[in-house]
Each structure stands twice: as C-alpha cells, then as structure tokens.
Design a protein around this ligand. Structure first.
Ligand code: SF4
Length: 381
C-alpha cells in the first residue's frame, strides 16, 4: 500500500465518480445541445487519461480533448532546424531525449547524430554544465524548451556557469508560457472549449490565480487537478458541477502541491533572467508575450546571438495534423496517418514522439475509437 498514491487509484471511488459524472453529463445535455468540451491542458494529464482509460468512464455528453501541454509537441519546426544546423556546424547539442526523433523540415537530430554530429541526451539540465566543463574547446548548446515548470531548472545553469567562468555554454531558448495559449484557445469559437482542466506542474509555479482572467461572468471553469485517476475524475466532476450552477471559477483541487500564488522563488528567478517575447507555437502561430527570452544581461548565454545563427523558419511535415491535435480540434485517431504511416517507430509528427504527446498516448494505450480507415496493430500494455 502506497499511502501517497493508492487512495487516488481506488476503483470503487472511481465507479462512484463515473456514475456522478454520467448523471451530470445527462442533466447538462437537457439544457444545451452538443457535448461539454473539456480541454486537458497538460501532457501528463493526457498520458494519465489514456493510461487509465478514463475516457471510457465518461458519458458521450462529455468530450475530453487534449491541449497544448506537451512542450516537445508545441516547439515549432524552425527551432529543430536551427538545432540541426548548429549540430552540423560542430556544436555539441545537449538535450532531453524526446527531441532526437522529432522531425525537422528534412531530418531529425537523431539522424544527424548517426551521421557524426555530437548530440548528448541529458536527464537533467545540469548535465549540460558537465559537458561544457569536459569539452572546453567546444560550444555546448542546451535545447531550452518547455513551460513554466521546466524553465527554472534550465536557467539555473546560468549562475553557476558564470561563477565558474564557463565560456562555452549557451541555450537555444524556446520557452513558452501557458496562459497566453489558453487565452487564444478560449477565444476561438470553432474550438468551443467549455472548461479547462488546468495543468498541475505549471500551476505549481504560476499559482492558481494565474487563471483568474479566464473566469468570471463571461469565462469558463478552470480546475487544477493532479495526475492520478481520481484526481482527474474529481476535476471533471467539479467542472460539471460548475457548469450546472452556471459558474466559471478557478478551483484548486491539487492543493497538496499548488498554492494560490505559486512558487514565488521560481517566479523571481524567471523574472530576473528572462523577459516576455512573442514566440511561435506549432498549431497556434505566433502568440504575443507567450514566450520568454534571455534578457540582454544574459546575451552571452543566448546561442543564436552568441554564435550568429538566427532562428530558422521551418516547414512542418506535410499531412501531419499535429497542429489540430494540439488545438483540441482533432482526436489523434482522426488523423489519417495515425497508426499507419505514423507510429512510434516512424513518427511523422512530434505528437507521436513525445512521452507526453497525445498521439503517442492514444497509440500506446489504444483506447480511443479508431476511424474506419485506421488499423492499429499495437496492443496496449
Ligand atoms: S498521428 Fe502522427 S501525423 Fe497524425 S497528428 Fe499525430 S503525430 Fe501528427
């Protein structure tokens, strides 16, 4: 018995919650046509929902759609092309492993590595410091992608590198902030998002109040939930209860981790080193103030400025529908390539590569209904 986890995986409680969610879904369907569309924003939620088959527990009146919460998936093709260009110029690329197989415009970092480029997979950003120390004659560029959760640990490299006098470490930055993406998705009438199941880890940094602007008289419910199956079902239950009452509030159901104002130390670190910028998102376009770039005081750690290699504009893979999957417009099996031309061994888009990608989750656990033209041979674990 694990007292921290098992209570959040209790099947009897899940049954009760599923029954209540079913009742609420049916009651809401009497009031308005069409399903209630709830977007789970976080990639870890997406994986947990697929792993525990939570969609199977929901009534047809509740449509759970995945959002832009996988950092690898939302990173645009041009960023990968820039990283590939640097690798080919002899720079040592340090990166989290998922990035190796994400297609750039015409190749991947993994293929470039097999051709001789030096690409080091890191489990922690601090490993980039070690690579820089061990290779004083070569530039080491860390691929600095991710949301508010990852940003702190990555930029924590900078102060020790400066103190040590390491001159051969820099970052290729494509950090992203979740709130501007949610604002865009909320405002899109075609997507008709009724509520957000807000990300847990990101919320631990930015705090529950960061979603206040999405709520109120013209807003929608924003409920923060943890990653265990009961966390998620309770989150959905609370969203539907808010809908029944005509409310649109932020509810923090993950208060074992998330505080109302977030992690103030992490926020101060981010604010000292980074400044808001417009940045491109796969599927969403260029969003104002949705990215964070190094402030001028830290220009010596900014790989494009330091190495004179501007960020490229990439060409996303033809026929890949990752942009629509990221926006919640499409469930992964509705992509014509899902499970056929695109699978984890031969991913066409990032959503099939990343451990948090919607297509990878749907393929691995194979629980979403498949379109008639698709045939998945993989069996769930
Ligand atoms: S199935 Fe493959 S090609 Fe289709 S959206 Fe997903 S990752 Fe992109």
């Amino acid at each position: 018995m694990n007292n921290w986890i098992d209570p959040f995986r209790n099947p009897a409680v899940a049954d009760v919650l599923a029954g209540r969610i079913g009742d609420l879904g049916r009651q809401l369907a009497v009031r308005r046509p069409g399903p209630i569309r709830i977007m789970e924003v976080c990639g870890s939620h997406t994986m947990s929902i697929a792993r525990y088959g939570l969609r199977d527990l929901l009534p047809p009146q509740v449509d759970l759609v995945s959002g832009p919460g996988c950092p690898v998936c939302v990173t645009d093709t041009g960023y990968l092309d820039t990283a590939i260009c640097l690798a080919r110029q002899g720079v040592i690329i340090a990166t989290f492993g998922d990035m190796l197989n994400v297609p750039g415009s015409d190749t991947t970092l993994g293929r470039v590595r097999s051709e001789g480029a030096r690409i080091e997979v890191c489990y922690s950003p601090s490993e980039a410091l070690a690579h820089a120390r061990q290779n004083p004659g070569r530039e080491v560029v860390f691929l600095a992608i991710g949301f508010e959760t990852t940003i702190g640990p990555v930029i924590s490299l900078i102060d020790p590198a400066r103190t040590e006098g390491l001159k051969n470490l820099s970052l290729l930055v494509a950090f992203k902030r979740i709130p501007p993406a949610l604002a865009l998705l909320r405002a899109d009438p075609e997507l008709a998002i009724d509520a957000f199941l807000c990300p847990a880890h990101v919320s631990a940094i930015i705090g529950a109040h960061a979603y206040d602007f999405l709520t109120g008289p013209k807003g929608i419910p924003c409920v923060i939930a943890g990653f265990e199956p009961l966390d998620i079902l309770i989150g959905i239950d609370h969203i539907l209860q808010q809908k029944m009452k005509g409310e649109a509030r932020v509810e923090n159901l993950y208060n074992r981790v998330v505080r109302e104002n977030g992690n103030l130390r992490a926020q101060a670190l981010i604010d000292r080193i980074l400044e808001p910028v417009s940045t491109p998102w796969r599927g969403l376009g260029i969003l104002p103030d949705s990215g964070l770039a190094l402030r001028p005081d830290y220009a010596d750690f900014d790989a494009p400025r330091k190495l004179g290699v501007p960020l490229k504009t990439g060409v996303p893979p033809t026929a890949c529908r990752c942009g629509d999957v990221i926006k919640g417009k499409l469930h992964p099996p509705e992509c014509p390539l899902f499970g056929l031309a695109c699978n984890p061994d031969h991913p066409v888009g990032p959503c099939m590569v990343s451990a948090e990608g919607s297509c990878a989750a749907a393929f691995k656990y194979a629980r979403l209904a498949l379109s008639p033209s698709n045939c998945v041979v993989h069996q769930p674990d």
